[in-house]
Ligand binder design. Structure first.
Ligand SMILES: [Zn+2]
Length: 158
């Protein structure tokens, strides 16, 4: 399932990408027209996720698949989306949380370049690494991964 988030729901994108969902955020796109019109007319293969009741109504009227999110905080918004679209929340190393690109294994040279540039400890080279070509960034399941798991398991237990 592919998603596009409106202006008010940008915080959700990182978590959705961490769970492998192909997620665009209007704030990260080049939009050369009225934003609401763009959300109604473009990228129609994606489900529109919005907090805007009017935009939601217009979408449905025009036959665009959309979900209205009513919760006020990130946690309840994610739970709401998960229930409304029957999503599965399980963190996977698949998508860059910054840009939504698919990750792949880095070549040795790519890994070395990033490790030098970022001053990562040498031991990082031996970890199970993933690479975003667009951001030139490495990912691995480090200590932050436990926090991610904890937050996401909290969403699943509600
Ligand atoms: Zn990226």
């Amino acid at each position: 399932m592919k998603l596009i988030l409106d202006r008010m729901l940008g915080k959700m994108r990182v978590w959705l990408r961490l769970c492998g969902y192909d997620t665009l955020y209007i704030g990260e796109l080049d939009v050369d027209m009225d934003e609401d019109e763009f959300l109604l007319m473009r990228l129609k293969e994606r489900v529109l996720v919005t907090r805007d009741r009017e935009l939601y109504r217009k979408s449905i009227r025009r036959g665009r698949e959309a979900v209205l999110i009513e919760g006020n905080d990130l946690r309840s918004q994610l739970v709401e989306l998960k229930e409304k679209l029957s999503l599965t929340f399980e963190p996977v190393m698949q998508r860059c949380s910054l840009c939504n690109s698919l990750l792949r294994k880095p070549s040795k040279e790519e890994a070395v370049n990033v490790i030098r540039r970022e001053n990562f400890p040498d031991g990082v080279m031996d970890l199970d690494l993933f690479y975003c070509e667009k951001c030139d960034k490495l990912y691995w399941r480090g200590s932050h991964w436990d926090n991610i798991l904890e937050f996401i398991s909290g969403l699943n237990s509600r």
